[in-house]
Design a protein around this ligand. Structure first.
Ligand code: 13P
Length: 341
């Protein structure tokens, strides 16, 4: 099998109608932050038990085609001793891996951020691949301020994403390209649209320069939303319209799938917004789907509380959100489904 065939086989499995991706790749500080409200200590065993709960939840393979894992998880086992990536593979779910090393300030460009982790990436990918990973994820973060992100910030972030994506494809690993324009702040929907459009445009220019094959990437962007402190809220229809306008203008048809991140939206909002997009644009040239972390996991953590006797209820909470988002991918979600079964 050529590298191109290998990439295509992974894409075919990841990109399926009615299915999306579970982001379960929280870094050590982030998972600790998620565990704190439910009073669970972030020990290696608790993280293992939690991820095993997610990956073995009955029925999720009907709605989840891929799972993004954190490095540590690749080497952990389920309760019956099966390596966690293999638990996924056996269920027809593609294991993936977060490969960036987090963000920090972009030097000499106040307010801009940049993500680390390119050094040694090819070697790390070879190791992750031997542990079962077939796709990767890299997240660049853009904070909206009066003067940010700057033109330099947007260009530097695009360059990182393109270099990462090129290394992944060379290694036969499908890159998820994740630019996240943050929801934090009091900016308007229009301002988010302007920044998101500029970010996307620069990314596709950089991907082209770096010879990245667009048919073999998955784009994981933010939706176009007003900032969380903005005075005016937007309806799901307004968000869908604004988001689709930006992506129609910037994302080539060759990209197979746009899997949105949830980025601080509630589980219900993120499902309703995705549904509105698929209702609005049933013939979109890309699959419009989800790659949610918090929006899939919040109800699970709440149900689990770190207790073995709650595992089944927590797995049902995951199955419910996966099912509703699967329906939203098809444009078949209704708010009343939240209270049904
Ligand atoms: P959220 O859906 O919680 O934003 O997480 C997605 C993700 O993978 C962030 O990198």
């Amino acid at each position: 099998m050529t590298t191109s065939d290998e990439l295509q086989a992974t894409i075919t499995q990841m990109v399926q109608p009615g299915k999306g991706i579970l982001a379960a790749d929280e870094s050590l500080p982030t998972i600790a932050k998620r565990f704190t409200p439910i009073d669970v200590e972030s020990t290696e065993e608790n993280r293992r038990a939690y991820r095993a709960l997610l990956f073995t939840a009955p029925g999720i393979e009907d709605y989840i085609s891929g799972v993004i894992e954190f490095e540590e998880t690749l080497a952990q086992n389920s309760d019956d001793g099966t390596p966690l990536p293999e638990v996924l593979t056996r269920r027809g779910i593609v294991p993936g891996i977060k490969v960036d090393k987090g963000k920090g300030p972009l030097a000499l460009s106040p307010g801009d951020l940049i993500t680390y982790g390119l050094d040694g990436l090819a070697e790390r990918l070879q190791r992750y691949k031997s542990q079962g990973a077939r796709f990767a994820k890299w997240r660049e973060v853009y904070s909206i301020g009066e003067h940010n992100p700057t033109t330099l910030g947007i260009a530097a972030n695009a360059e990182m994403l393109a270099r990462y994506a090129a290394v992944c494809q060379e290694q036969g690993i499908v890159p998820i390209v994740e630019p996240e324009v943050l929801i934090d702040g009091d900016h308007s929907l229009a301002r988010c649209a302007e920044v998101t459009g500029a970010v996307q445009q620069e990314i596709f220019y950089a991907l082209h320069r770096h010879h990245v094959v667009l048919e073999h990437i998955v784009l994981k962007p933010n939706m176009v939303l007003p900032g969380k402190d903005h005075s005016v809220r937007a309806s799901a229809e307004e968000i869908a319209t604004a988001t689709l306008r930006v992506f129609r203008r910037t994302v080539p048809l060759a990209v197979p799938s746009i899997n949105f991140l949830s980025g601080g939206m509630t589980p219900e909002e993120s499902t309703a917004n995705l549904n509105a997009m698929n209702v609005d644009c049933p013939d979109a040239p890309w699959l419009l789907s989800f790659s949610y972390g918090r929006a899939l996991q919040q109800p699970v953590l709440h149900a689990w509380q770190g207790r073995t006797q709650n595992v089944a209820a927590a797995q049902q909470a995951l199955l419910k959100r996966a099912r509703l988002n699967g329906a939203a991918q098809r444009g078949e979600y209704h708010a009343r489904m939240e209270s049904e079964g």
